[in-house]
Design a protein around this ligand. Structure first.
Ligand SMILES: [Zn+2]
Length: 177
């Protein structure tokens, strides 16, 4: 009978080829200590010299550690990131709406195409431009923040994501550069 790993879902004999060996081992030790001993604590003869084996396993361990750190970092980034909807006054009665970080919804997000969609949806101007921090953002002419939020929430739902959306209102200044 094959035991499938509760972490990486592979048969437990193959965990060492996956990227989550550390977690897999911890799981197996809990789940089936005797099988754990067979797989990981036995000194059965190996075709590799022990030196080669040590080098190999240390490089695999390094790779796995790197991958684990990367996954943790990505998860952390996603948790910390949020989409900003900025309301920027351009005159006393005119606001524009800038959307920042929309690309965190996925690699397939094309800012230019999305800006076009907004333009036709709201029948107004919408384009991609670089902000003061040199980051690309979508700028829509008009006070459409609330409607934009609804659309973004819909996009998140389709992707099964829950990312914070924050509204920011910039203060009106008469300064012109
Ligand atoms: Zn596993």
């Amino acid at each position: 009978m094959t035991l499938y790993c509760g972490v990486c879902t592979l048969p437990v004999e193959f965990c060492e080829f996956g990227k989550t060996l550390k977690k897999c081992k911890a799981w197996l030790q809990e789940e089936n200590p005797s099988l754990f001993d067979v797989l990981y604590n036995s000194n059965n003869e190996s075709s590799l010299s022990s030196e080669t084996e040590a080098k190999l396993s240390s490089s695999i361990a390094k790779m796995q550690l790197k991958e684990e750190r990367k996954q943790e970092r990505e998860l952390e980034n996603l948790k910390n990131s949020k989409i900003l909807i900025k309301r920027i006054p351009r005159s006393k009665h005119k606001n524009i709406c800038a959307i920042q970080n929309l690309e965190i919804l996925g690699n397939d997000i094309d800012l230019k195409k999305t800006a076009k969609k907004f333009a036709s949806k709201f029948a107004t101007g919408s384009s991609v431009s670089k902000n003061a921090e040199n980051k690309e953002e979508i700028v829509i002419q008009g006070d459409v923040g609330t409607e934009v939020e609804k659309i973004i929430l819909e996009m998140m739902k389709e992707r099964g994501l829950e990312i914070k959306i924050e509204h920011v209102t910039e203060r009106f200044t008469n300064k012109k550069r």
